[in-house]
Design a protein around this ligand. Structure first.
Ligand SMILES: [Fe+2]
Length: 385
């Protein structure tokens, strides 16, 4: 997930804004907690110390992560980064809840015990929810089956099955064992085609060879194919991934297409590198569309749907959003940061007769947690209408 890498100046400004927010949030929280829970000076000082420590932890995460030349991040340091950011999100949530609390009508002082217990629960809730997201939600891989009705589907492709793995981000927060489980799950589907739609790793120095080795265990009649994600661009590993992938039997389609025949039907599979918002989407991709074929496009970025439809692709398969990764449902509305980036967060979308499937993918970026968006292996079954 994420947009194109911003310039160092923009990243610096972003870091300063985050730091200022973190400091303000912690000062505010400290006041709120010490006001309500105790007047004893020793406890107040202890809480102040904890607030300063946690703010420094987050600051260190923001700064160290951006240190020049830090290609390899050890696992322990990655966890410090990840938990620091998670803690920052929790603090923001607690602050939000405290603002709501203050707006509630005045309570009866005789119910002080109950009020203090409620307030403690309020403070603990975001940490408990984040803990679930970090230690349980992140690992809860499931198989998601999608029946996709396509008007233009040739008869011989009715029932054709594609299994999709995406956004693996192999590294400290998604291990080789996790990926092996996902590959085994994919192989149990006995799909016709296996596709990998980018973000194999997060940054340079992550175990790319291990990832490719595990992915090469995928089994499908028409082989394993893929496209590049934005993190391959950031890590500058596109050429290596293409070369090593080909050596291991994975065909990464980089502005090229490959066709298959099944009975009398022809399936044309095309792939493009990560489509950045800075350039028009799918430039020259019309040359990848084959006439008299069912045309499928692998594009990490789902935003290409309207353009893919205009260029003649019948189906686009994408990832990138992680299904929001942190998804909160409030009053029947799904709220996630991904909604600010794209309207295509998760699931099936249509543009005229063209369709798009966006998977939640497997791994995580930023916060090492998943809430309301469990990792998935997607099995797409093409159906004639
Ligand atoms: Fe990703």
């Amino acid at each position: 997930m994420g947009l194109s890498m911003p310039s160092p100046l923009v990243r610096g400004l972003f870091a300063i804004i985050i730091i200022a927010l973190v400091v303000l949030v912690h000062l505010k929280l400290l006041r709120w907690v010490t006001e309500s829970h105790t007047r004893r000076r020793s406890v107040t000082w202890l809480l102040r110390g904890l607030a300063v420590l946690s703010a420094s932890w987050i600051l260190a995460s923001v700064f160290v992560r951006r240190a020049p030349g830090l290609d390899y991040v050890p696992v322990w340091l990655a966890w410090i980064f990840g938990l620091g950011i998670t803690w920052g999100f929790c603090s923001l949530l607690v602050l939000g809840l405290s603002v709501i609390w203050r707006r509630l009508p005045a309570f009866n002082p005789r119910r002080r015990g109950f009020l203090l217990a409620s307030r403690t629960a309020l403070i603990a809730a975001p940490a408990a929810v984040a803990g679930f997201g970090v230690f349980i939600g992140r690992k809860d891989i499931g198989l998601r089956e999608i029946n996709l009705r396509m008007a233009a589907l040739p008869k011989d492709l009715d029932g054709f099955r594609l299994v999709q793995l995406s956004d693996i981000h192999l590294g400290p927060f998604f291990s080789r064992d996790d990926l092996a489980r996902a590959v085994d799950m994919a192989n149990e589907t006995r799909a016709h085609l296996a596709v990998v739609t980018g973000d194999l790793i997060t940054r340079r120095g992550d175990p790319l060879d291990t990832c490719l080795k595990e992915l090469s265990r995928l089994k499908a009649d028409f082989g394993i194919w893929g496209c590049m994600g934005n993190h391959e661009t950031y890590a500058n590993t596109e050429d290596y991934t293409e070369r090593e992938g080909a050596r291991r039997g994975i065909g990464f389609l980089r502005q090229r297409a490959h066709w298959f025949s099944k009975g009398s039907a022809r399936l044309n599979l095309a792939g493009v590198d990560y489509q950045s918002v800075r350039r028009p989407y799918l430039e020259n991709a019309e040359s990848l569309v084959a006439p008299d074929s069912f045309n499928i496009l692998l594009s990490h970025n789902p935003d290409v749907l309207p353009m893919a439809a205009r260029k003649g692709f019948d189906l686009t398969i994408a990832g990138h959003t992680h299904g929001g990764q942190i998804n909160v449902e409030i009053l029947a509305q799904n709220i996630s940061l991904a909604r600010f980036i794209t309207p295509y967060v998760y699931g099936t979308y249509r543009a005229g007769e063209s369709a798009l499937y966006v998977t939640r993918g497997l791994g995580t970026v930023g916060v090492p947690a998943r809430l309301g968006a469990p990792p998935e292996v997607a099995l797409i079954r093409l159906c004639a209408t």
